[in-house]
Design a protein around this ligand. Sequence first.
Ligand code: ADA
Length: 558
Amino acid sequence: MARRFTVHERRAVRDLSGVWEFAFLGDADPDAVDIGRIGFDERMAVPGCFDAMPDHAGERGLAAYRLRVPVEREGRHRLAFDGVHHWCRIFWDGRPVRDHAGGFTAFTADVGRAEAGTAELVVLVDNRIGPRSPLHMEHFDWYHFGGIARGAELHRLPDAWIEALRVTTEDVGRGRFSLRVDYRSDGEAAVPLVVECDGRVLAEETVALDGSGRIERVFTLPGAEPWTPANPALHTLAVRLGEDDMRERFGLRQVSAEGGRIAVNGEPLTLLGFNRHESHPQFGHSQPLPLLLADLQQIRDLGCNFIRGSHYPQDPMFLDLCDELGVCVWSETIGWQYPVALMREEAFVEAQAQHLDEMVAAAANHPSIIMWGVLNECPSYEAEARPAYERLLGRLKELDPSRPVTYATLNVYDDRCLDLADVVSVNTYPGWYFGGVDEVPKELDRIAAHLEREGLTDKPLIVSEIGAGAVPGWRDAHGGMWTEEYQSELLAAAIGHVLGDRDRFAGLAIWLLGDFRTTEHKEMLLKRPRSANDKGVVDEYRRPKQAYRTVRELFRGA
Ligand code: ADA
């Protein structure tokens, strides 16, 4: 996985990014494709989204990517992909090795023992909305781009190898943290384990690898600086197990959500920020480094301390940069108003659970992630949807008891699942889908009063979406809906109200940082001029609108 540090120094890792051979197969059924007969007469960038490129803009169908991969030495090999949209089947030397559904999360594909020489890697990628990728639906309010959108690597694994490292802060003041090393090995063996933190040896021992696949240790870093948004101190852990190694960066920090406040290391925070989509007219869901940095420069310039990753897990490099810059992140699974009938289906909930597992596995060590979320605006107001919420929020708690969990509710007044969340997060559009700007403070007060009546004041309340559309450059004397003036006025009202009552409002994530392309679904398109959700304070090319200055002044003065 492309990170801000070298993850493996000893393990042989080959970066597969570059220009691959490509063919667009259109309406083909992946089960019927003979990969030996594909004419790869095009070229495509990896990482990249093929349907954001001029030759295939807006096309849906099956695509094939091919790369000839040098294999330096014979041995056990594994492919690692950081995100492929939305469904793929991977072939190694003509042999199918894995299918994967759902973009935005990392997964691996074991290819077994490979001979030295050149292997042929073919990836069939399907960007059609359909049963192969049940997590994506056409009515969602964003355009689902397709392709090998994030990085890809080939790893050679020794006889015993590290699957994952998990670092959990146990006691910030004493610099105590626990480390879990998940490993796999071909057989039982006694191998050296060396753990270093910031170049200091914390453990050097011989461990007997058994069937448990897990080594657990607790360490202290006396006097180590904790991670806070103001001083995001990071520590680098290097673990060597036998012939293999892995590094991870972490921060000493604990998060709590009690007494109506979110606190990092005991310091209550008012979360101020935006929802952020990973979308760009030229790159789709692929996020080139300069783009990630541009977003973060604007996030910092705007005075934000918070980003909600709407509505799917964000790029690992973005999270690394948030760790470094002290930006708190809400990381959530993919979702957008799934119908209740779907949420009752076992196969669907299972697909969500697998995606959730992948999200946590890839991102659990980021100190910037201060809460996990699921299922944006799904029917949490329907009794039949509750089992899905129970299962998914419960799964998050099981995988990571150290972070609060939440979900953005579409209808707080009838919600039936708020007791399952640690943080109550409310999406609301006063002044846009109902009422005028004067409705903003009234609605926010109504929400707070409702939660008080329900006895839910111990749970911090976040306004997880609020905003107004503004067609870039559209200004007029009336200052009505779709103008930059109106958006600016509405956001000022929302921010003013939240900041004026920090005892009741623990945070605000404005909808939206940057405009993005929406779905082709007619019902949605008719509400989206320029085919874009244009509630951003910058447009899709990150050019600031009038509201940018307004928000910047208010957030910076907070
Ligand atoms: C919802 C949804 C967002 C977006 C927004 C809007 O709250 O969660 O993804 O669609 O509405 O712009 O209407």
